[in-house]
Write a protein that binds this ligand. Sequence first.
Ligand code: PRP
Length: 237
Amino acid sequence: MHTTRPRITPRSAAAVPPRWRREVARVLISQERIARRVRQLAAAIGRDHQGREMVVVALLNGTVLFLADLIRHLALPLRLDFIGVSSYGSGTESGELVFTKELRLNVRGRDVLLVDDILDTGRTLKRVLAKLRRLRPRRIRTCVLLDKKARRVEPVEADYVGFEIPDLFVVGYGLDFAERYRNLPFVGVLHPHVYQEASKPAPPRGRPAGLPQQLQRPRGQRRRLLGGSATRSYTRT
Ligand code: PRP
């Protein structure tokens, strides 16, 4: 099992590409560093699963970029499926998890690799692991690109971790704010004005402020930004 977990500190920052400078304050993990680490993770997973076919189960949506890069480096027989899971809530951290897509492949007796972009409070992974275990796989291993240990509320750890990161609100390489920034090729930290504008109260006539209606639903990291304690945690950065 792979145990080395590079720790990212804000000092690791590279320059923000000009295209993103208005919105992104700094690069936390560069494209090149991500690519190197993804190859290392794939090599470790490959060593641990030699001679076995596995089912890779990825959580939608944030995992898509990481998943695509990871599996192209996995020289193993594998099948791929997805679970859709989202946090719906009132803008607090206790948003309820809702499954938007169910697994279709049969994982009974199989080796499962569960892939997600970020392990934060651990609520998502805990819930999905419980769901998967009921399907009686032979073994489940978990792989996340980012691990934000400081925010954990559930006792969940991943078997393969790309990077341990500090308690910063990060976007890019699949991670979003209000569904945007997933396409950044690096992991970055937003300028405060971006999320401050988005969390302004709606104007008097009920016209949505900042975000289109469908983007105002707090999910994942977003729910922390729009909730009170979240804002505190973010402004510390
Ligand atoms: C994000 C992320 C993880 C989850 C981690 O999902 O992709 O699945 O939050 O948070 P937790 O450890 O606190 O549960 P989100 O609901 O934002 O959906 P997304 O993947 O579509 O961005």
